[in-house]
Design a protein around this ligand. Structure first.
Ligand SMILES: Cc1ncc(COP(=O)(O)O)c(C=O)c1O
Ligand SMILES: [Zn+2]
Length: 374
């Protein structure tokens, strides 16, 4: 399977076999993956409810290399927001507490297939937890680089999985610089650079399509830091459209925290403001490397960017917890955005709007104590 899979440089168009253990082009450019992705809804419907039911769409050659904990097929539940009923994908329910498991399962399966013995990865926390967990499952040595001020719950989780933690003083960008140095000589299991990660996150689109009984939603509202979920969704919906299963792409609505909103600024051609710390640490990416692709994806679907303030994040966090859902602040930011989207864009009454809970609140205990503790 997948003999046709090629890595393609987005800058110089150089091509490589997908079986080369590289994460960027010789020219330094980013790589995308090209192959024939297949999805037969009738066949898939007979399989177990995990993301690996889309086996013919996930470019791992040999089943023996799949590293899986039966992840995926998260519930899609209704929720009332701004007077409308929307549907929310429960992506906080993964093994490691965030949707990053989708990408980690595919990326670490590929690392295993390539015979990689050791990986490095940088993260604001959740991707590091997911890569560390799947490396533990695959018996691959794992080094995770994170900003020194990352939430302790995420640090504990990374170490508990047996990964080596590298705490980097300074900003998230300083962490990215530190790992790039290490990645000169190691396999970089990067959720933003490595195209295999997006082959995992794209399965959210397939699941939404199946859970809506073969329909496309009108809009999908997603948080954006490095855009791994948004770009994955864009790939997945584009594949469904190319297979003739949906007529057009749903609008992709992207949320950024107002205090760190480089792409929202570029979307409206405003100067990018120096980022400030935000409660939504998961989406606080000052310079996302796939920024141009994210902007393209949003524009192509007729979507938009919406920013949310710290007060809106806290309010959404509170309301969501009172609705019995305990989320990290980055997830709550997305719900604040759904409300803003409904109020400002006034989508038709019968529009199907889907959003996500991306990360479990147990990851942010100390922030929750600061916000809600007496
Ligand atoms: C809980 C949570 N939500 C949203 C995001 C944003 O995801 P991305 O950086 O893929 O855009 C992250 C990223 O770490 C996250 O941890
Ligand atoms: Zn290149």
């Amino acid at each position: 399977m997948f003999e046709d899979a090629r890595l393609i440089c987005v800058d110089c168009a150089a091509e490589y076999s997908a079986d080369e253990p590289i994460w960027r082009c010789r020219c330094g450019g980013m790589l995308d993956l090209r192959f024939v992705s297949r999805f037969d809804p009738a066949e898939v419907a007979r399989r177990r409810p995990t993301m690996w039911r889309y086996r013919e769409a996930i470019p791992i050659r040999d089943d023996a290399n799949i590293v899986s904990m039966d992840e995926g097929f998260t519930p899609l539940i209704p929720r009332e927001i701004a007077g409308r009923s929307i549907l929310v994908k429960q992506e906080q329910l993964f093994q490691t507490g965030s949707y990053k498991d989708r990408g980690a399962s595919v990326l670490i399966s590929k690392a295993k297939e390539l015979g990689v013995r050791r990986v490095v990865e940088d993260s604001s926390g959740n991707a590091g937890c997911a890569i560390a967990a799947y490396c533990a499952a695959a018996h691959i040595e794992c080094h995770i680089y994170v900003p020194a001020d990352t939430s302790p719950a995420k640090l504990a989780q990374i170490v508990a999985y047996g990964a080596e933690l590298h705490l980097v003083p300074g900003s998230r960008s300083d962490t990215a610089r530190a790992v790039l140095e290490a990645a000169e000589s190691e396999y970089y299991a990067s959720h933003s650079w490595n195209p295999f990660f997006f082959q995992g996150t794209k399965t959210i689109a397939y699941e939404i399509y199946e859970q809506l009984d073969g329909q496309r939603p009108d809009a999908v509202v997603l948080p954006v830091g490095n855009g791994t979920l948004l770009l994955g969704a864009a790939i997945g919906f584009a594949e469904l459209r190319d297979a003739g299963l949906i007529d057009r792409l749903p609008r992709l609505i992207a949320v950024q925290a107002e205090r760190c909103a480089p792409l929202a600024a570029r979307f409206v051609e405003q100067p990018v403001v120096e980022p400030q710390p935000t409660l939504a640490e998961g989406i606080a990416i000052a310079d996302p490397i796939r920024g141009p692709q994210i902007l393209d994806a949003v524009v192509q679907t007729g979507g938009c960017f919406i920013t949310v303030t710290e007060d809106e994040i806290v309010e959404a966090l509170k309301q969501t917890a009172r609705a019995a859902q305990y989320l990290v602040p980055s997830s709550a930011a997305t719900l604040a955005e759904v409300a803003r989207y409904i109020e400002t864009q006034n989508p038709p009454e019968d529009a199907t709007i889907v959003s996500v809970y991306t990360g479990h609140g147990l990851k942010s205990t100390e922030k929750m104590m600061r916000l809600f503790g007496s």
